[in-house]
Design a protein around this ligand. Structure first.
Ligand SMILES: Cc1ncc(COP(=O)(O)O)c(C=O)c1O
Length: 374
């Protein structure tokens, strides 16, 4: 059996190298490393694929969030509502920009920001809501957008983990990252569409915001050496765009393979006592960036993680500490669901390259662990 990894990037490269190598070589031959042809081609391909007017590449998913909030130019101290059970990037950029993250609770079953609880967090200082489409499925955008409209708030979607997820209620439709004022994504190597280094992008249907985002990502200039606003050096490398363009035709197959892995985990694990398999939202498709279990307790989660590690099976805790408890972002708020999930979640290996033998081995070992501990 091949060594099991959370994400098998080497296996994917070997499989696609006949397409990736020439794409990268072409950039070396063209020597158009910065803002080269592949960047524009990728932006256009993503815009068409996700039915959004503008896609703007940038250096990484965290910069995409920072650029989004720079473009909105909110007054200092403005409040932005964002989930406490999530990756740190959003909170980090809000604080860097002098904005205040207001932490929202998540739904215990889907891990997604609990939209029903948002209205109670809105104050006269609230200027935006920033949902995170965690693990590969989308926050309930229809009521979120209605609430934002009612209170005249911006919506910035963090779609780093959910590129390709599709919202599909009768009232609203759209791909992750394209339904709010600005959406962002990450091309970090382990993401569903990952490059070979750092990369990110922003999505918007607003022409004025698109112009601003592009300008901000390139030192605040729209004409060379003419700096109209204070910006960043945050461009998507042409080499990375070439890698992404070579992978893009395979993305639907990657998603299919991830869903098949998730379905096999469900079938193999859903009857086990003390474990819950991930619940799907009714609002969107799931692209399974992560397959995340809930264990009955922290002790059980930690013991399962250790046991799997001893059998050569990696697993990850996304995320061990809620954002309001992080030293850098500390806030005294009570978010029992987020706090509890941090104690009990465990993400299993999931990627298109995970083969049947490897998956059977993972499932059997989890079953063994549960049987032994009963
Ligand atoms: C939800 C979320 N937002 C933002 C980011 C930041 O992306 P990057 O690592 O490209 O800066 C990540 C990356 O892990 C993420 O998972």
């Amino acid at each position: 059996m091949r060594k099991i990894q959370m994400v098998d990037l080497q296996g994917q490269y070997v499989r696609l190298s006949t397409q990736i190598d020439p794409a990268m070589k072409q950039v070396l031959h063209n020597a158009d490393f910065i803002q080269g042809g592949a960047v524009r081609t990728l932006e256009a391909a993503l815009a068409e694929r996700y039915q959004v007017k503008h896609v703007i590449g940038c250096a990484n998913g965290t910069d995409a969030l920072q650029l989004a909030f720079m473009a909105l130019d909110l007054p200092p101290g403005s409040e932005v509502i964002t989930p406490a059970f999530s990756y740190a990037a959003l909170t980090e950029v809000l604080l860097l920009l002098g904005l205040k993250p207001v932490f929202a609770e998540v739904d215990a079953a889907t891990f997604l920001m609990d939209v029903a609880a948002l209205e109670g967090l809105i104050t006269e200082k609230t200027r935006a809501i920033a949902p995170v489409h965690l693990y590969g499925q989308m926050v309930s955008m229809e009521p979120l957008l209605a609430l934002a409209k009612k209170h005249n708030l911006y919506v910035v979607e963090d779609a780093a983990q959910a590129i390709g997820s599709q919202y599909c209620t009768p009232g609203e439709h759209g791909f992750a990252g394209t339904m709010g004022h600005i959406g962002t994504t990450s091309f970090f190597p382990s993401k569903n569409l990952g490059c070979y280094g750092d990369g990110g992008a922003m999505f918007t249907n607003d022409d004025a915001l698109a112009k601003k985002l592009r300008q901000l990502a390139n030192h605040g200039q729209s004409v060379k050496y003419q700096h109209d606003v204070v910006g960043l050096n945050s461009r998507l490398d042409t080499l990375q765009a070439a890698v992404l363009l070579a992978k893009l035709p395979h993305l639907s197959d990657f998603e299919k393979a991830r869903r098949a892995v998730a379905a096999r985990y469900d079938a193999g694990l859903q009857d086990l006592q003390g474990l819950s398999v991930p619940q799907r939202t009714i609002d969107s498709s799931h692209v399974f960036h992560q397959y995340t279990l809930q264990c009955a307790s922290r002790a059980m989660r930690d013991a399962l993680k250790t046991y799997l590690q001893e059998q050569g099976i990696p697993s990850m805790i996304y995320y061990p500490i809620p954002l309001h408890w992080q030293t850098a972002y500390k806030q005294v708020v009570n978010l029992p669901v987020s706090e509890d999930l941090c104690n009990r979640v465990l993400s299993l290996p999931i990627c298109p390259e995970l083969d049947l033998e490897q998956q059977e081995y993972i499932i059997n070992n989890i079953r063994n662990f549960i049987q032994k501990s009963q």
